[in-house]
Write a protein that binds this ligand. Sequence first.
Ligand code: PEP
Length: 251
Amino acid sequence: MKPLIVANWKMNPETLAEAKRNFEIIKKGVKTVKKVESVICVPFIFLSALKPTNYLKLGAQDCFFGVKGPFTGEISPRQLKVLGVEYVILGHSERKKYLAESIELVNQKIIAALGAGLKVIFCVGSETKKPDKEMKNQIEKGLRGLNKSVFDKLVLMYEPVWAISTTKSKVIATPQETLEGGLYIRHVLGKIFDEKTAQKAKIIYGGSVDSRNIKGFIERGKMAGALPGAASLDPYEFIKIVKAVDFVNKN
Ligand code: PEP
């Protein structure tokens, strides 16, 4: 399974010129990387101006659950698909925190996005240091109504809430904590689906990832990739993260 590295630019950068510049730098930088799948999730407003390739894919940071119609301010999965978007992040903790997005809504969005042919990065995580019932609840409710065939197109992201965007406080998860998070997710998936599905599921890690700590999450944390947020805003740092994973995978 090719590791997946997903940049989450969040509400950055301010201008299209900057977005284009950073995207092109990354495109050049990862062109020769064969053993990692690289994705950049950008604000909606930049999507139509950035041209993805087979070695640098485009992702969105959210979508709506409806197909079309009177949904002011929303973007449908189909609209993303026609723009060349391959991935969409759903259920991110920042959307829960600032927009009170419920897990029931996330579930509707996951179903709609998969139905439109998008690949989904479904974020799960809890406030507590160890994964708890809150995360179990997110997995159960977020995947309600879906069958195990979705795991071809669905990636789970383990995002311990306390480790997200901690550039100032520097609180990051250890590889052992990501290993435990991944095991817990597989345990819950095993109960919902079956053991084979649970073992096969692609689980990546998000929470203050950078080019120095990424190796530990992949090697010792057994993560199938990562989603750097803050670190991905520097295109050269993002390239370093991708190359570090490529190196681990080759050796
Ligand atoms: C994220 O966007 O989920 C994230 C992990 O961001 P950061 O790397 O800044 O913590």
